[in-house]
Design a protein. Structure first.
Length: 493
């Protein structure tokens, strides 16, 4: 039997590899991390579409189609230059199975031992990626979804199990991925659920619970085939349960009460999809709940969605005579709209969890760090309409990035980065004081060193990221954060 090579761990930013809160901080201090789509044992779940081929309502192709499974090449135009880039090891035998028949071809691999079982209408094969292989694309031609369907009707239920795992495994996440997350206390799922894909085209288009991405759909990568994309909530809950970490979730901008209530019920009770029961979140784990992502961003897709969304709420947003301005730089209506959505989310979750003290469900309002000038007036407006903010919110905070000003050398970059980190602390203290006035906790949804890794400056930046002193600066930043009264902080890797 051919030996099977285990896939190498997913590449993380060098500073994240050294960031272990158990070593840097007391074990009781919460430090979380932002995640993208998890690394699944079934590599198809990490994909995001079938090359433009038409698909059914579950994302499976209805004609002959191809799919890029992975592209781990380094020093390409979109991810280089980086002379010291780590080369992932992704070679080995992948186990392919799918419902239907097809001629299977591959670019970047050999297809071997293909067989078809008429009794189950299932095709299986081995997909062998040679040593050094970094790109895999599969081609499905002469497809026939069922024996009675015409040729060219597509396939469904495609699975590609990574090397080192049994073909019939039920394991969801790779061992290396679970080990990489083990040190952290919370997982923010903004990127994993493709939150930023809900842009202005969604204004006036409600997103209901029935439209969510399901764990049995094709692929959980971002932006797939124009469908609602990203990791399924069921799989992310299982990830939190397996790693014993709290969740920080981002509710899509256009989500309706129906969507929010459905998500709350899933977290509390679990649900059944295609005959499979998916449990809810383990008791004792907490859920930080945020509406959308960086709606203050000025040019982001989520900001542009928020600008359109503001219009329907103008009567209440401006009931005290505040000008009907949209941008966060010229008026507070975006902030007020963000607060309105966050409060409605808190109400919907509380109706399911009955958690008025935010012991389990922790609604948070995230804004740009340092731009807190509009909050006193906004909270005064809110209190006159709805009561104390702490009735609905657990926390208020922003990002905690710090960036160098000097890229002339690694030493100068790190020196200026350290100075920027220290300069951040005054803003952290001011936000903590603002939170305290309203009975809230200062939380950070993203943070870390903001390093330019492009062009000539990028070579210095990459070297600095790999310098041992970088981890020391990051550790000091979190020591300072907690010393200045911060609560949960989420590193962005």
């Amino acid at each position: 039997m051919r030996s099977r090579a285990q896939r190498a761990p997913r590449r993380f930013r060098p500073v994240a590899d050294a960031l272990d809160p158990r070593q840097l901080l007391a074990s009781t201090v919460p430090l979380g991390i932002n995640i993208s789509v998890p690394e699944f044992v079934d590599a198809i779940k990490d994909t995001n579409g079938w090359g433009g081929a038409p698909v059914d309502d579950r994302g499976w192709p209805t004609t002959d189609a191809s799919i890029v499974v992975f592209d781990d090449r380094v020093n390409m135009p979109w991810n280089g230059p980086d002379p010291n880039a780590a080369i992932p090891q992704v070679s080995g035998d992948y186990h392919l199975s799918f419902t239907g028949q097809a001629k299977v071809g591959a670019y970047g691999a050999d297809v071997q031992n293909q067989a078809y079982d008429r009794t189950t209408n299932t095709t299986t094969a081995d997909v062998v990626v040679p040593p050094g292989g970094l790109f895999l694309q599969l081609f499905f031609t002469s497809t026939q979804r069922t024996p009675s369907d015409p040729v060219g009707s597509g396939v469904s239920n495609v699975h590609l199990i990574r090397p080192g795992y049994a073909p019939n495994t039920t394991q969801l996440f790779t061992n290396q991925y679970l080990a990489a997350l083990e040190p952290f206390a919370a997982l923010r799922t903004m990127d994993a659920t493709d939150t930023n894909d809900y842009g202005p085209e969604w204004v006036g288009q409600p997103l209901n619970w029935s439209q969510r991405h399901l764990p049995t759909d094709s692929g959980e990568g971002p932006g797939g085939d124009g469908r609602v994309a990203g990791a399924s909530w069921e799989d992310l809950i299982q990830l939190a349960n397996q790693t014993h970490t709290d969740l920080w979730i981002n509710i899509p901008g256009p989500a309706t009460d129906n969507y929010i209530t459905g998500l709350a019920n899933l977290l509390k009770y679990g649900d059944t999809v295609d005959g499979i029961f998916y449990p809810g979140l383990d008791p004792g784990l907490k859920v930080y709940v945020e509406w959308s992502n960086e709606v203050w961003g000025g040019t982001s897709t989520t900001y542009n969605y928020a600008v359109g969304d503001v219009q329907k709420n103008l009567p209440i947003l401006t009931d005290d005579g505040t000008p009907a301005t949209d941008t966060w730089t010229t008026g507070p209506t975006i902030l007020r709209d963000d607060l309105l959505h966050t409060v409605q989310i808190a109400r919907d979750f509380n109706a399911v969890f009955h958690d008025p003290n935010h012991d389990t469900i922790r609604p948070v309002l995230s804004w740009q760090e340092g731009n807190t000038w509009a909050f006193p007036a906004t909270f005064a407006w809110f209190q006159s309409n709805f009561g104390a903010p702490s009735k609905y919110l657990y926390g208020l905070g922003g990002n905690t990035y710090y960036s160098p000003s000097d890229y002339s050398s690694v030493d100068n970059l790190l020196t200026s980065l350290q100075a920027a980190e220290q300069a951040n602390n005054q803003g952290i203290r001011e936000t903590t004081a603002l939170d305290a006035q309203y009975g809230l906790v200062n939380v950070s949804y993203e943070g870390g060193p903001g390093i330019d890794a492009t062009g000539d400056a990028g070579q210095v930046g990459l070297a600095a990221l790999r310098d041992p002193r970088m981890a020391q600066i990051v550790a000091q930043a979190y020591h300072d954060w907690y010393a200045d009264g911060g609560g949960l902080a989420m590193f962005y890797s």
